[in-house]
Design a protein around this ligand. Structure first.
Ligand SMILES: *[C@@H]1O[C@H](CO)[C@@H](O)[C@H](O)[C@H]1NC(C)=O
Ligand SMILES: *[C@@H]1O[C@H](CO)[C@@H](O)[C@H](O)[C@H]1NC(C)=O
Ligand SMILES: *[C@@H]1O[C@H](CO)[C@@H](O)[C@H](O)[C@H]1NC(C)=O
Length: 157
């Protein structure tokens, strides 16, 4: 009983500590996405769009451009990522592993990016994902059938 109370208190403290903005692993995950996007071609447009995504522990990633978090006060998980219309030069791959830190993600917009295919973990382990927008890319015919089957649980726009 007493241990249970202590554990609850500890969990409460952790929740309170984390209540100030986004979760650390999600902040790091976003920075990995940023460096991947910039590695595909350091276009000025991309740098400007992701300018608010800074390597600073006290920066709340929930207020970063193109990011939306749940507004539950105790745990601010990233719920929406609007990563459309970036990297317009050349063609490249979606790295699915980059999205695995975002377990509360509801909506992922990767449209209009000239993506040609998929590498890394696929995103079916994102249990809450409801909207996956892959529109205006060059994915058709290049994604293997089994991955497409995983996609059908999502609303593909
Ligand atoms: C980090 O972010 C905090 C809060 O936004 C800000 O006050 C501080 O100046 C930033 N530090 C650096 C080194 O940019
Ligand atoms: C926060 O959540 C409430 C209840 O779900 C919703 O009505 C409100 O619009 C949300 N606010 C923001 C800024 O997302
Ligand atoms: C894909 O993302 C993962 C996680 O950040 C990384 O470890 C891996 O090197 C990336 N793969 C490529 C080909 O960029």
């Amino acid at each position: 009983m007493r241990l249970g109370v202590i554990v609850s208190l500890l969990l409460y403290c952790v929740a309170v500590l984390e209540s100030d903005g986004c979760l650390e692993n999600e902040r790091i995950g976003l920075l990995q996405i940023k460096s991947y996007i910039l590695s595909l071609g350091r276009e000025e447009w991309n740098e400007l769009e992701l300018d608010s995504w800074v390597e600073n522990r006290s920066s709340d990633c929930c207020v970063w451009n193109r990011v939306k978090c749940s507004n539950i006060s105790t745990q601010q998980h990233v719920t929406h990522l609007f990563l459309d219309s970036l990297n317009s030069r050349g063609s490249h791959l979606i790295n699915g592993s980059l999205y695995s830190p975002f377990q509360e993600l509801l909506s992922l917009d990767l449209s209009n990016n000239d993506y040609e295919g998929w590498i890394g973990k696929d995103i079916k382990n994102l249990q809450r994902l409801k909207v996956l927008d892959l529109g205006s890319n060059n994915l058709y015919g290049s994604i293997e059938g089994n991955i497409i089957q995983d996609y059908v649980k999502f609303k593909i726009l």
